[in-house]
Design a protein around this ligand. Sequence first.
Ligand code: AMP
Ligand code: MG
Length: 332
Amino acid sequence: METQIIGRSRGWLSRAKEYIEAGEVVAFHTETVYGLGANAFSDEAVLKIFALKGRPADNPLIVHVHRDYDISPLIDGEPPYAAVLRRAFLPGPLTMVYPSTGKVSKYVSCGLNTLAIRVPSSPTAQEFLREVNLPIAAPSANLSKHVSPVTARHVFDDFNGKIPLILDGGACAGGIESTVLDCTGEVPQILREGLVTREMVASVAGDCGVYLRREGEKPKSPGMAYRHYSPRCATAYCRSADEANALYDGEKGRGGAPCILCGSGEMPALGGRESLDLGGTGEEMARRLYALLRKAEKTATLLIGIEPKERGGVMAGVMNRLLRAFGENHET
Ligand code: AMP
Ligand code: MG
């Protein structure tokens, strides 16, 4: 199969629609990361996503719909705070988890009685979803465990020859996956941190919890139990520039090609060593992180991360991805 990357052009969406209706998988731009989408009503199409990614069978998918799609047949009720949050943040990088009516393929939720729904704001995603007018099950368009894709080229690198089409909407402005918010309880609870922060949710809903898995407990958000976002090179994680520089010099001395990944604030302390600049704010770090991990894995023999000092807001999501990319914070 030839994989085509197509941008806005005549007939691009009707081609995507034909593939989706034929049960194929199509990758598309969103404002967070690229998604690998299929008709959520079709068992066969949904199972193709798992097979293509090598995704564990217990890691559920998020269903994507356009802004005017009526989700009421898919969900079994909605607490008042969820309706308020929808109006405040959608379309946007917020996934909401509801009790499911079981109308979509059972493989979407992997046996959970809930359904995760997202209304992306990217024009490419909105136009594609409107064209197909179906709920589209879509995880990030990367091979399982690999770094999420933030350009069409990243998707191509993982799925060339495996999927027919990538809808190119340019680089993803958000850069990390959506916030996943459980809307089945009294109070909304964050299952995965992202660009819509706890503070933002609480400011609208009055309150917002953050789910912390207790030891031995089955995770509420199964994907969070897996090692994730890993570049395909050796990695090391440091708390200071001095520590990173020492590791760097050791690797260099052994004839390797080390590289340091850190926030702009650390750059002056690296003494000209090979480095990648994550930026100075949480938003910048979110936008750059995955592209830099994918860049580093192409040439570095050892990628050395330095823990950013910034905290608050989007940094919760950035730190989660960074720690998991460096193998510091995964549970299996
Ligand atoms: P991905 O799209 O690859 O970022 O993965 C989607 C993530 O959303 C999964 O790994 C889960 O953690 C989360 N998710 C999807 N559906 C549900 C659900 N029904 N309940 C809780 N979390 C979910
Ligand atoms: Mg993913």
